[in-house]
Design a binder for this molecule. Structure first.
Ligand code: FES
Length: 104
């Protein structure tokens, strides 16, 4: 079943950037692509759980700040060692200038 949270405002995320969104004891990463689409993944790297909000976003890829593992943030796909496990991804909807994420 869906459980939508209001994650942030559209303007809270710069183009080609990522922010952390906390919901209870869970953290999500919300991305804005260069063409102003929004995406959401788990907030921590699947390698050694570094916070992805501190990583670098470029061309649809998030690079982990700890060991430079890379993921496609649109699909969550791990793009090679040291990251071998894909990120969880979550549906996103933008309404009235707010970014909503289905975290279920
Ligand atoms: Fe992300 Fe190691 S913690 S690549």
């Amino acid at each position: 079943m869906a459980r939508w949270i209001e994650a942030c405002a559209v303007d809270d995320v710069e183009r080609e950037d990522v922010v952390a969104v906390v919901d209870g004891d869970r953290v999500y990463a919300v991305y804005r692509s260069e063409d102003d689409e929004f995406f959401a993944t788990a907030g921590h790297c699947t390698h050694e759980r570094a916070p992805l909000c501190e990583g670098l976003v470029m061309d649809g890829v998030i690079e982990c700040p700890r060991h430079n593992g890379r993921f496609d943030f649109r699909t969550g796909r791990a793009l090679g060692a040291p990251v071998l496990v894909d990120l969880a991804t979550y549906p996103v909807a933008v309404r009235d200038g707010r970014v909503h994420v289905d975290v279920d």
